[in-house]
Design a protein around this ligand. Structure first.
Ligand code: HEC
Ligand code: HEC
Length: 368
């Protein structure tokens, strides 16, 4: 009898604990990182420090959980799509489709973006509608043209999966699955996706010497465009550095510009969708050019198939409009680059490819 009573007590206690852990309202759940190990983050040469939110320390456990979640098809409504379905390693973690296809075959309206060095980014999405990774990574799940699933459903699916409760416990101190914890883990994983092994990076630290053509392209990239007769300071360069600068090694100034793709913006006004400021119409986030040879098609709507098409666009000066950037040379007939200069520029852009990054085992699908 005593034994039965004891068993009953233990069982009640167990159920109470279970209730505690699983039914607790999300806001009251505290993360406990005391049993975690710090991720050995190494900041590549010449990169600035990475800002990591105090309430989401970068740990081996959260990075591992994030990797599982990134490749988890249960995040989509019909278990067909993971983040990795539209962010493929071989395409620099972007998509070769002009518009990514959603879990139910829905066609998106923008080209997928490369996931590279996002630990240093200040805005996310082509229109910059989120300012932290933690806010960004929860969006694709509920987006009707992407994974189209309710977070409450995802939480339930993961909680009932044998794989996830232990991974959440290791990362956050309890097996409770929450949207917030999933967001933290996904963000941690994305912060570790660092590309710094390109020829350009190696050249910076003296381990690679540019070929003559690559070097000429490198110089063109950072030289003012246009003829000095028409453009103050013009030096017949390609003028890419104003927006795709590499002072912080990222090949983007992290801001929003109109690079002259269209004369009208009714189809996709870009940044203005977020700020409601007409002066932001036609402006989009300046994307990194790292791994650019792998991430075709190009621009927010995937309109250009090749780097050559992109260079022709800049060479033409673009389409004048009310918000076109003053660095675009539309008033003076474009950059007027010679055929050799164009191919030199492309040779330099190929120096931004980092094959070690796309083949890095720690970013691959752990479910396979
Ligand atoms: C159906 C295809 C699709 C799926 C699935 C998808 N994405 Fe994306 N992703 C996109 C597209 C398209 C964009 C650009 C959308 C925009 O600007 O409105 C994008 C943008 C992003 C960005 C912004 C990058 C930057 O430089 O600003 C991040 C980060 C990102 N996705 C992460 C994820 C994560 C994490 C998941 C899984 C939870 C995911 N994506 C699932 C297609 C997809
Ligand atoms: C005025 C700022 C500006 C200048 C100057 C500029 N870019 Fe861009 N670049 C952008 C913006 C903004 C985008 C994204 C535009 C969009 O998709 O609507 C972009 C997109 C690109 C893309 C496509 C990236 C992708 O992931 O789809 C490439 C490639 C590119 N630029 C290369 C260059 C090169 C090469 C030069 C110099 C010849 C250059 N850019 C000059 C602002 C600029």
């Amino acid at each position: 009898m005593r034994k039965v009573l004891l068993l009953l007590m233990v069982f009640t206690l167990f159920m109470a604990c279970r209730y505690d852990v699983l039914e607790q309202p999300e806001e009251t759940i505290m993360d406990d990182f005391s049993a975690t190990t710090a991720y050995p983050l190494s900041i590549p040469p010449f990169f600035p420090p990475m800002d990591i939110p105090a309430d989401n320390p970068l740990t081996n456990e959260s990075v591992l959980l994030g990797r599982y979640l990134f490749w988890e098809k249960k995040l989509s409504i019909n278990q067909t799509q993971s983040c990795g379905s539209c962010h493929l390693p071989q395409h620099g973690f972007s998509d070769s489709a002009v518009f990514s296809v959603g879990a139910e075959g829905q066609i998106g309206e923008r080209q997928s973006m490369a996931l590279i060095n996002l630990g240093w980014a200040r805005y996310f999405f082509w229109d910059g509608r989120t300012a932290t990774l933690e806010d960004q990574v929860v969006q694709p799940v509920e987006n009707p043209i992407e994974m189209h699933e309710e977070w409450s459903q995802v939480v339930e699916k993961l909680q009932n999966d044998t794989l996830y409760p232990p991974l959440f416990k290791a990362a956050f101190g309890s097996p409770k699955v929450t949207k917030k914890r999933a967001a933290k883990a996904l963000s941690s994983f994305l912060r570790t996706m660092i590309s710094a092994g390109s020829k350009f990076d190696q050249q910076r630290i003296g381990l690679y010497q540019f070929t003559d053509s690559e070097y000429r392209g490198f110089v063109l990239f950072q030289t003012e465009g246009g003829s000095p007769d028409q453009v103050p300071g013009g030096s017949f360069g390609a003028d890419c550095f104003h927006c795709h600068g590499f002072g912080d090694m990222q090949f983007t100034n992290g801001l929003f510009h109109n690079n002259g793709l269209d004369a009208h913006f009714s189809k996709d006004p870009g940044r203005a969708l977020v700020t409601f400021n007409p002066l932001d119409s036609g402006k989009f986030k300046v994307p990194t050019l790292r791994n650019i040879a792998l991430t075709a098609p190009y621009m927010h709507d995937g309109r250009f198939q090749t780097l050559s098409d992109v260079i022709e666009h800049y060479n033409s000066g673009g389409h004048p409009s009310t918000t076109i950037d003053s660095f675009m040379k539309f008033t003076s007939g474009g950059l007027q680059l010679s055929e050799t200069s164009k191919s030199d520029l492309i040779a330099f852009l190929h120096c931004l490819t980092d094959t070690a990054f796309i083949h890095n085992e720690s970013f691959s699908d752990p479910h396979e």
